[in-house]
Design a protein around this ligand. Structure first.
Ligand SMILES: *Cc1c(COP(=O)(O)O)cnc(C)c1O
Length: 389
């Protein structure tokens, strides 16, 4: 139940990939023969499927090695291509490290970055956004959905503000693509990062949507070479992974609605149980959040202890996969205005396509059992050692 970190490969995706891992090994850039032509056709098909999911044109899809690379291409690429317009980027304090650390790097290169605050539900402050815009502002980058607490950003409003001020708008949609409906035109996005492995596709493959018309945007490439992907990302295409990503988002487009309903009712069931039995409270927006994500604070419980105690039966996590190794409290929970105590007592559940209702009930009772035990140990300790409580 850690599907916000990664997901298992859907068997239907593997089925479509298999031929391209075995007999169809052509290079889509070598089209003087059938091998390359077949590979090119498969890549084009995947590109079309991905474009259809987000209402883009296939030419606007730049294939990358994942959302981290897409975020880097978007931010560093715009910084390199548009520095004459200004040197200011606006982003959000709850972003993924792929955006935050890229911004930190750009700061060392002379860019100024505004990290917008969020409210107690993790929703970006739109007034702060408007008032932080200057003549120097080139780009707004706000994640579509948060990877720790699932909060979905007010994308249409941000898009409207960006358009009004003629500023480019990028979004890291690694958690949103294939899980919630996305229309890049309606929102007015100029760039958007996508990852396959958060949606039952293979790891190491993703895309950056790059707007090609009104207005066209052209980030500078980070990787030079054979000129693939309209020169924005050189290197021989990973055909099996690309085919897999195409199938991933074709399935998602068709099944997202029902899947979201099912998973939201399951996360709600878990939430109610934890609220009732442990006085737990939700981190994130009560309704504007990813249907499959549930992040809860358990008062009096160390999330590390809980996670380790259920680890053999149920896989849950403290925060994002990328920061779990750190002892520092989650920057996302802190950004909501809570203290380190809340961050250390919060647990993330990421439900997925292959979790059954029975598994969710099993996990709920396993976690509850551990929570009861930890609370008992704690009250025993405070009772016997009042000075150390
Ligand atoms: C997982 C994730 C990433 C990184 O994606 P990769 O494809 O693993 O590089 C970036 N941003 C968010 C919000 C994520 O959840």
């Amino acid at each position: 139940m850690d599907n916000n970190a990664t997901t298992p490969l859907d068997p239907r995706v593997l089925d479509e990939m298999m031929p391209f891992l075995t007999k169809e090994f052509g290079n889509p850039s070598s089209t003087d023969h059938q091998y390359g032509l077949k590979a090119l056709k498969a890549v084009d098909n995947a590109r079309e499927r991905l474009a259809k999911l987000i209402n883009a044109n296939p030419e606007e899809i730049i294939l990358t090695g994942g959302a981290t690379e897409s975020d880097n291409l978007a931010l560093q690429g715009v910084a390199r291509a548009y520095s004459t317009k200004g040197r200011h980027i606006i982003t959000c304090s709850t972003e993924h490290k792929a955006v935050l650390d890229t911004c930190r790097f750009l700061q060392t290169a002379g860019w100024s970055i505004t990290y917008l605050p969020v409210d107690e539900h993790g929703v970006v402050d739109l007034e702060a956004l408007e008032s932080s815009i200057t003549k120097e502002t080139v780009l707004i980058s706000v994640m579509f959905a948060n990877n720790e607490i699932g909060t979905v950003a007010p994308m249409t409003e941000i898009g409207r503000i960006a358009k009004e001020h003629e500023i480019f708008f990028h979004s890291d949609a690694a958690q949103a693509a294939g899980h919630v409906p996305i229309d890049v035109d309606e929102i007015g996005l100029h760039m958007m990062s996508i990852s396959a492995h958060k949606c039952y596709g293979p790891k190491g493959i993703g895309a950056l949507y790059v707007r090609g018309h009104n207005p066209r945007i052209r980030p500078a490439p980070l990787i030079f070479g054979g000129g693939q992907e309209r020169g924005l990302r050189s290197g021989t295409l990973n055909v099996p992974a690309i085919v897999g990503m195409g199938k991933t988002f074709e399935i998602a487009r068709k099944e997202m609605g029902l899947e979201a309903q099912r998973l939201f009712s399951l996360t709600e069931r878990m939430r109610q149980s934890f609220e009732l039995n442990f006085n737990a409270s939700l981190n994130g927006h009560p309704t504007n959040r990813l249907p499959h994500n549930l992040n809860m604070f358990f008062p009096g419980i160390e999330s590390k202890a809980m996670i380790q105690s259920v680890e053999k039966e149920v896989a849950i996590s403290a925060s994002s996969a990328c920061t779990t190794q750190e002892v520092e409290p989650s920057h996302v929970i802190l950004a909501l205005g809570f203290d380190a105590n809340r961050a250390h007592g919060s647990v993330r559940f990421g439900l997925g396509r292959f979790n059954t209702d029975e598994e969710v009930d099993y996990a709920t009772s396993a976690v509850s059992g551990v929570a009861r035990r930890l609370l008992n140990i704690r009250s025993f300790e405070t009772f016997t050692q009042p000075g150390l409580g």
